[in-house]
Design a protein around this ligand. Structure first.
Ligand code: SF4
Ligand code: SF4
Length: 432
């Protein structure tokens, strides 16, 4: 099977939110979707959007293994979910997303003469009334801090024993998120109406608006909380991977407008029969490696022949062979999946942030370029490896460490090349 996928290089995200705004203008600039951001950019550490969405004990998203090792939705069995149709599913409230607001700009012009400057008071976009703004999709951007964040970000709280966070070690980075267009989508599996489907030609996950009956089981079951309820139409909506654009050969809006040029789109060929087995492996820590094995080498003649037999077009096979996503994930092994432990087999992967590397900066003068230092002094990384592992490898540190070492080696290699110097090929990651 063929799947469109995305890799985002987090070292290059500057948190400008252009992607979110252009996506909103294109897709959710309508009544009923005021609070909806198909693309959002979170500050890490932070609570995310909706608030604390990673807490699956609370929200019941994704898949878990039952006692026989089979996958079952965390939101419950089919019978329980059918009964749930008549009860309220577990859902974030609008205050977990945020009460969307604008400002009363008229007040700036129409306020009577007074001693102080008039202000544009916040107004709820839904009720039109004055509102008190206490939480927003990127609230942590303004409130980000060091030790104080420990209680706010569950991933950080989990690590607080291992990682002693002092103000001097305060760190942050941005995490842009869209729907993962999962290989094993729990949203689709949970829908009582069968309204959510995965396109066979490109793997894009869509909601059939005619079939959707607004049961909202999908919102519970998506562990990334990337499917939303339109309170005007009473239907679920989600990121479409901009399929009308992709079908005519232009990239998604978020990719095209990304200021950091950090979003890579490409085609991956994968073994559909292997997906469930990979998603069912016993240990969460093995899920990254298990998902890697699902991807097929598009240069292998046997894979090409099988793809042709399956009806995949020659253009798509060529696209898979030229895919930057395949190179970043499989060839270079510098991209990782977000929360593989949800077992949905996500297809938006991330190059984790490397910089800044505190120690190497002082020793070499070049931030994060001496990979040999990283091997001995991985703790010199300002962003704790353990924190990245909680995001990308279900807590398994070794693959994250390997990626960061490779990135540091590549950075060192490219600086030497650009300066016309002989690269130091003894640095792991500089070759291969
Ligand atoms: Fe479905 Fe997207 Fe959520 Fe995956 S991330 S479960 S495809 S809505
Ligand atoms: Fe980051 Fe690009 Fe979005 Fe700006 S447009 S926030 S650089 S992903």
């Amino acid at each position: 099977m063929a799947q469109l996928a995305m890799v985002m290089n987090l070292d290059k995200c500057i948190g400008c939110h252009t992607c979110s705004v252009t996506c909103k203008q294109a897709w959710t600039n309508r009544g009923g979707t005021e609070y909806v951001w198909f693309n959002n950019v979170e500050t890490r550490p932070g609570q995310g959007y909706p608030r604390q969405y990673q807490d699956q004990e609370k929200w019941k998203g994704g898949w878990v293994r039952d006692r026989k090792g089979r996958l079952t939705l965390k939101s419950g069995s089919r019978i329980k979910r059918l009964l749930n149709i008549f009860a309220n599913p577990v859902l974030p409230t609008v205050s977990d997303y945020y009460d969307p607001w604008s400002y009363d700009y008229d007040n700036l012009l129409s306020a009577p003469a007074m001693d102080t400057t008039p202000v544009a008071k916040p107004k709820s976009l839904i009720t039109g009334e004055d509102t008190k703004v206490t939480w927003g999709a990127n609230w942590d951007d303004d409130l980000g801090s060091g030790p104080e964040q420990v209680g706010r970000d569950p991933l950080l709280a989990k690590l607080s024993e291992q990682v002693k966070l002092e103000f001097e070690q305060t760190f942050m980075f941005y995490l842009p998120r869209i729907c993962e267009h999962c290989l094993n989508p729990s949203c689709a599996a949970s829908c009582p109406s069968g309204a959510i489907y995965k396109r066979s030609e490109d793997g894009i996950v869509l909601v059939d608006q005619d079939k959707c009956r607004g049961w909202r089981q999908c919102i519970t079951s998506c562990p990334y909380k990337k499917i939303y309820f339109n309170h005007k139409t009473g239907k679920a909506e989600k990121c479409t991977f901009c399929y009308p654009r992709v079908e005519v050969g232009i990239p998604t809006v978020c990719s095209e407008t990304c200021v950091g040029r950090l979003r890579y789109i490409g085609v991956m060929l994968y073994d559909a029969d292997a997906v469930l087995a990979a998603a069912s492996v016993e240990n969460d820590e093995d899920l990254y490696e298990a998902q890697l094995k699902v991807f097929l080498n598009p240069h292998d003649p046997r894979v090409i022949a099988a793809a042709e037999r399956a009806g995949i077009s020659p253009d798509w096979i060529t696209a898979a062979q030229d895919s930057p996503v395949y190179q970043l994930i499989v060839d270079y092994k510098i991209a990782l999946p977000l929360h593989p432990e949800y077992r949905t087999m996500p297809m938006v992967w991330y190059v984790p942030p490397l910089s800044p590397v505190v120690d190497t900066l002082t020793r070499t003068g070049h931030d994060g370029e001496d990979a040999s230092n990283l091997f001995g002094a991985i703790d010199a990384l300002r962003i704790p490896v353990e924190y990245l592992a909680e995001l990308f490898t279900a807590g398994e540190v070794a693959p994250v460490r390997a990626v960061l070492n490779r990135l540091a080696g590549m950075r060192s290699f490219m600086r030497s090349v650009n300066l016309g110097q002989e690269p130091d090929l003894s640095i792991p990651g500089s070759v291969g």
